[in-house]
Design a protein. Structure first.
Length: 345
């Protein structure tokens, strides 16, 4: 039996079980009017964080974006069904990345807000055309903690952006009904120290988190001198922190984006814990010619499945080796699995 038939059987089984559970639940309620009333009251008291998205629709969509993968790695089936309000995989996120202080760190710092949105809307339109079945959710991915080559006054080699800058990034996002990612380049600090400092923002329903292992210097090196690393414990800490915020504040699921373009950047991926309150994206963050980017995606994203995948496109660095061009939405739609988070720098 081929892989496509196996997946078809799995999906049909999931749908059948969902229907059976519904029917059993309906039959069990026929005993008395009082039991109906009690069930309705219980449902009314249930918070959104205790309800889940439709399992059949969820598995159908993650199977679609697996794009016919025959390795058996995709889709990831042994994962919890996310809480109601989950963005992924029902929408594809298309994000603009950067820091408002820096022209070199990404497009957010290169242009004024109106021009940023003119350009981002062009990318959104291109993705809507490439995949009409998956609506686009625009996003602003802002580097809120920036690795430094020298220590800050507190001895950490990272600079935390002031509140007014983060507020500006959120204001730019509101111009186009976008969600926001606050990215942490942890440097010689720790996620246990840095993530809680952003709690007031992460409590906002439309604010999510990104972490960049490239600048996680566990060996004490200066950021930028070598590529850093994180492990499953780091990711699990961030995920658990977000999950607690979701539960305590009755929020829709958070998204955690993890940058990656080498084997060593993320260790012990099999120990990463998945939760219904948090959706994890392993994001291919490397730049270069198309063949190199595809290879990196295959080696470090496809071969070590976690939950969802992302892909970064660089307006400048991807074009350094002429005559190469940037990969297009149609090109990325051919990947297995199809990335559900797209970032432009």
């Amino acid at each position: 039996m081929n892989y496509e038939n196996i997946m078809s059987i799995k999906i049909k089984t999931i749908i059948f079980v969902s229907i059976l559970v519904t029917l059993v639940g309906c039959n069990s309620k026929k005993g008395s009017k009082n039991s109906d009333t009690a069930a309705e009251a219980a449902a009314a008291e249930k918070s959104p964080t205790e309800t889940r998205v439709d399992s059949a629709s969820y598995y159908k969509k993650i199977t679609e974006i697996a794009n016919g993968d025959t390795t058996g790695r995709w889709p990831v089936l042994n994962q919890p069904i996310p809480n109601a309000g989950a963005i992924l995989p029902f929408k594809r996120i298309v994000a603009y990345y950067g820091n408002l202080y820096s022209v070199k760190m990404g497009i957010l710092g290169e242009f004024p807000p109106k021009e940023v949105w003119r350009r981002l809307n062009e990318e959104v339109a291109a993705w809507n055309k490439a995949d009409s079945l998956t609506p686009v959710q625009p996003a602003i991915h802002y580097i809120a903690v920036v690795a430094q080559g020298s220590p800050m006054p507190d001895g950490k080699f990272c600079k935390r952006m002031p509140a007014e800058q983060i507020d500006s990034a959120i204001a730019i996002a509101k111009m186009g009904n976008a969600i926001v990612f606050l990215d942490i380049q942890v440097s010689k600090s720790t996620y246990q120290h840095e993530v809680p400092l952003l709690e007031k923002y992460l409590k906002m329903p439309k604010v999510h988190l990104g972490i960049d292992p490239e600048f996680s210097m566990k060996d004490g090196s200066i950021p930028g001198k070598k590529i850093g690393t994180i492990n499953a414990d780091d990711i699990n800490y961030c995920s658990n922190f977000l999950a607690k915020l979701v539960k305590d504040n009755n929020l829709p699921p958070k998204i955690l984006v993890v940058h990656r373009f080498t084997q060593g950047m993320v260790r012990n991926y099999k120990d990463i814990k998945l939760r219904p309150e948090v959706q994890i994206v392993m994001h291919m963050d490397g730049w270069g010619e198309p063949i190199l980017k595809r290879s990196t995606y295959k080696l470090y994203i496809n071969k070590e499945p976690v939950q969802f995948t992302g892909f970064k496109l660089f307006y400048k660095n991807d074009l350094k080796k002429a005559p190469h061009t940037m990969l297009t939405p149609n090109d990325l739609m051919k990947l297995k699995p199809q990335p559900i988070y797209i970032q432009y720098q």
